[in-house]
Write a protein that binds this ligand. Structure first.
Ligand code: DGL
Length: 274
């Protein structure tokens, strides 16, 4: 296969916030983005369902020639990544690799806080998985982690309602619930790749000195580091600077909506996953 792109996957549009930073940081590679918009959001779905959907999307990206797939979705990283890495990969594509977004984030989040109190805003699935408290404890054992599920934010964003005044109510409701857990929270992690679209509204609801961490640059830096440490994988990733977008739902909707996340016009192709 001549093209061996880096695959980037999310339930919907959120992963575009990560892809954008990857392309900025590592423009030389070919990339394929797959948004499973027809089945988004994943955040309230069961472990089994998220696992099945994610595996199907990863397999599809492998079928397109991707040697490396980045799961740019916290919910899928929390609920499916480990099983895919440990059980599926050795069976379906032992030479390929699948990476997520939680590990790179938890490796660095402790550098941002002065009080040692970190707030994590995420989907219900990510919060219930406890992935963030467990992983952060490995790298920064002294940190206190406070989680808040925000189940209505992804539906607002997927439906293009995030910059409307109606979104303010739900942003304030969840940020208030997070802040009520500890007055010492000085760092808030946007642990869902959709949430950067709400960053200004979230900032307006937090104390002025708060730091808001989104994952795009962190994951892009981590990918650059990974490729440097794994020259055999780096050599397999083709370098033609192409970018292709696929969606499981309407391409018209994807193209108009995705450009808001990615910046600039883009054209997607439909893919049917059954
Ligand atoms: N962008 C996904 C994440 O990072 C959203 C999950 C969803 O579809 O609810 O968790």
């Amino acid at each position: 296969m001549s093209q061996q792109p880096i695959g980037v996957f999310d339930s919907g549009y959120g992963g575009l916030t990560v892809l954008k930073e990857m392309v900025n940081r590592l423009p030389q590679y070919d990339y394929i983005y797959l948004g499973d918009n027809a089945r988004a959001p994943y955040g309230n779905r069961s472990f089994e369902t998220v696992y099945q959907y994610t595996l199907q999307c990863v397999q599809w990206l492998f079928d397109q020639g991707c040697p490396l797939v980045i799961i740019a979705c916290n919910t899928a990283s929390a609920k499916a990544l480990r099983t895919i890495q440990q059980l599926d990969l050795p069976r379906i594509a032992p030479q390929n690799r699948v990476l997520g977004v939680i590990r790179p984030t938890t490796e660095v989040v402790g550098r941002y806080t002065r009080t040692g109190n970190v707030g994590v805003l995420a989907t219900r699935g990510t919060v219930l998985s406890e992935s963030y408290p467990i992983e952060i404890a490995k790298f920064f054992p002294g940190l206190r982690v406070f989680q808040q599920a925000c189940p209505l934010w992804v539906p607002l964003i997927e439906n293009n309602e995030h910059d409307k005044p109606g979104a303010d109510y739900f942003v304030k409701a969840y940020t208030d619930q997070l802040l009520a857990q500890s007055p010492g929270i000085d760092t808030v992690l946007l642990a869902c790749t959709h949430y950067p679209m709400l960053k200004d509204k979230i900032a307006a609801c937090l104390p002025p000195a708060s730091r808001i961490i989104s994952q795009g640059e962190i994951v892009a830096d981590s990918l650059a580091d990974y490729l440097q440490r794994h020259p055999e994988m780096e050599a397999r990733c083709s370098k033609g600077k192409t970018l292709r977008f696929y969606t499981t739902d309407s391409t018209e909707d994807f193209d108009s909506h995705a450009s808001i996340f990615y910046g600039g016009a883009l054209r997607s192709t439909h893919v049917l996953l059954t």
